[in-house]
Design a protein around this ligand. Structure first.
Ligand SMILES: [Zn+2]
Length: 334
């Protein structure tokens, strides 16, 4: 993703063809247009309340049906449908390795973003904003009626190729855990001993974490952060709620590029010395002296370690449950 500037020309062109086939003429992409795309591909959509727990959608290629859960908020049903359709458009077959499984997920997410924030329309809006020095993730989100996370992620697809900007993106859980990350601007993400980014703890002084302590969580938050290794970055961050709690989504750029963004006049500044543990990991000497002899915490075992993932063709998906589900629906439909 970094080598390509997070831009996939072949998926952009697939998205463009899908939209052209249903007569997209600009603005937000409606749920109706998405249904029309499914129809063009020969599939019908079925909302059911017994979708297997381990899935977001299930495609029945035999009967040309796409099953989706009914608990989705209607506005956001577009992205899951598109992710499901992506497997058809990108001709995904059963993944033969975990790497291929991940690549298919990246492509499915990319295609969903590329359809909901079409390249030409989104780039025009961003270039116009750049001219005014008012690039804003909120404006992008509002223009296409998508989530902040989708807008921010889509921005990273277009920023380097079309706006000549190197950027970074992160999604961080309120506990401080890094969930998703992308960069081509040299920012140094935290990682574990094996180099994994996901699950690493993000510096408490970074925008992605300071945003949680703001009194108004649902307004944009801007901050400059001096890092010990890579100079100064400016980031904008926003908190969104999910089932698993709150998480922040952040987009940032090196200091030189901030002139193109709304929020550059922010007075908020912070410094990070991580990975030096004296930055934000180690308790103060005073508190350590006071509490070290008498504190005895019991660690909470991460639930991800307890939940043994079902194994099989699709990691994390229970094939037993999925096949039973398809069998039942096929029987009901004849
Ligand atoms: Zn730190």
């Amino acid at each position: 993703m970094r080598v390509r500037g997070n831009y996939y020309a072949e998926l952009e062109s697939e998205a463009h063809s899908l939209l052209a086939a249903v007569g997209y003429a600009g603005g937000p992409v409606s749920q109706q247009l998405i249904s029309n795309i499914a129809e063009k591909l020969g599939f019908t959509l079925h909302y059911v309340n017994d979708l297997p727990h381990s899935t977001r959608s299930v495609i029945d290629r035999r009967n040309k049906r796409i099953y989706l859960g009914t608990s989705l908020p209607s506005r956001d049903a577009r992205a899951p449908i598109l992710r499901a359709l992506a497997s058809l458009v990108c001709r995904h077959e059963e993944p033969s390795s975990y790497g291929e499984f991940l690549r298919q997920r990246v492509e499915a997410n990319y295609l969903a973003g590329a359809v909901l924030l079409p390249e030409l329309a989104a780039t025009a809006l961003l270039n116009e904003a750049k001219k005014r020095r008012e690039i804003s993730m909120e404006d992008l989100r509002d223009a296409f009626g998508v989530s902040y996370e989708m807008a921010a992620h889509r921005f990273t697809n277009l920023a380097t190729t079309h706006l000549d900007l190197d950027v970074h993106f992160m999604k961080v859980h309120e506990s401080g855990t890094l969930i998703k990350a992308y960069e081509n601007d040299g920012v140094r993400f935290p990682s574990d001993a094996l180099g994994n980014l996901e699950g690493a703890m993000v510096c408490r002084n970074w925008t992605a974490r300071t945003v949680f302590s703001q009194p108004d969580l649902f307004n944009p938050w801007y901050q400059y952060t001096d890092t010990s290794e890579g100079g100064t970055y400016w980031c904008t961050s926003r908190v969104e709620k999910a089932k698993e709690g709150q998480y922040s989504v952040s987009v940032g750029v090196p200091f030189d590029a901030v002139k193109w963004f709304r929020g550059r006049e922010t007075p908020h500044r912070s410094r990070s010395f991580c990975p030096d543990e004296r930055c934000c990991r180690k308790a103060s000497d005073v508190l350590t002296k006071k509490w070290a002899p008498s504190a005895w915490p019991e660690a909470a075992t991460p639930t991800s370690l307890l939940a043994a993932l079902p194994t099989g063709t699709f990691p994390g998906v229970d094939a037993h449950e999925v096949y039973g589900f398809l069998e039942g629906h096929e029987r009901n439909s004849v």
